[in-house]
Design a protein around this ligand. Structure first.
Ligand SMILES: [Zn+2]
Ligand SMILES: [Zn+2]
Ligand SMILES: [Zn+2]
Length: 263
């Protein structure tokens, strides 16, 4: 994996699948049985690289495999969108990075996200001595205020995920909006003039906490990014057949997809 040029941001899709991944355990449907590599979807995450820094958005249960597959040897920061299992359970796998980088890793998230992270990974936050190793992370609490990350402004984008709240993130001319059922109006103002927009698009059938393909196509029409990529995809959507019906500027994301945007 090459480092991004100083002036550009490189985005690599590490996982484009929904919470159970595709193929799904015990399923023999056409998508799960597909030989198209784009129908193999690990849990949802992207790597954002700029200025020699590697920033991970979400640490999935597949993080170990994603890091090995993408050749990731260093992570400088992790941004958490929310605390559902498919977005945080890979945090234990930063232990080898702690060892190689000789440092704890800053993790950015909301106080609500951290309440759950501290409970799930209680062993990483206790002061009790232990014979076992634990991930070393520094929790950096954020709200929806923009913040600086290694010289780049990151803009959190508040999203509704059913009754819950998640954060999307805008960096430069790109935005990554995973798990959401609705983009509030005040958040739409942060999503203008985008080159690249990632959107949750679980499936065609309605879901209480996720955007459907049709809802995300509507978001694309409204927000008018130059390019849009749908992610958090379940096995209802075979890659080639689903994409065939899309406008030219909308594609399904797939594991290993790499993009470059201006910062
Ligand atoms: Zn999810
Ligand atoms: Zn299936
Ligand atoms: Zn979720």
């Amino acid at each position: 994996m090459s480092h991004a040029d100083h002036g550009a941001i490189r985005i690599t899709v590490l996982g484009s699948g929904t919470s159970s991944g595709v193929p799904t355990i015990g399923c023999g449907c056409a998508t799960c049985a597909s030989t198209d590599p784009r129908d193999n979807r690990l849990r949802p995450s992207v790597l954002v690289q700029y200025g020699g820094k590697n920033v991970l958005i979400d640490a999935t249960p597949d993080f170990r495999m994603q890091a090995l597959r993408a050749g990731i040897t260093r992570v400088d920061a992790i941004l958490l969108t929310h605390a559902h299992a498919d977005h945080i359970l890979g945090l234990d796998d930063v232990r080898p990075l702690n060892y190689h980088q000789k440092m704890s890793i800053p993790v950015y998230g909301t106080s609500a996200t951290f309440d759950i992270v501290k409970r799930v990974f209680q062993y990483a936050f206790t002061t009790q001595p232990s014979q076992s190793s634990a991930p070393r992370v520094d929790l950096v609490e954020i709200t929806d205020e923009p913040f600086d990350l290694f010289g780049l402004q990151v803009v959190p984008v508040r999203l509704m995920h059913g009754n819950g709240v998640t954060l999307g993130f805008r960096f430069g001319d790109a935005a990554y909006l995973t798990d959401h059922s609705e983009i509030p109006d005040e958040s739409k103002a942060r999503l203008r003039n985008l080159d690249v927009l990632f959107l949750d698009a679980l499936r065609h059938r309605p879901h209480p906490t996720h955007s459907t393909v049709e809802q995300s196509l509507q978001s694309v029409r409204e927000l008018e990014p130059r390019r849009a990529f749908f992610t958090h995809i379940c096995h209802d959507l075979p890659h080639a057949a689903t994409e065939a019906g899309f406008p030219a500027n909308v594609r399904l994301a797939y594991d290993g997809l790499e993009l470059e945007v201006e910062r």
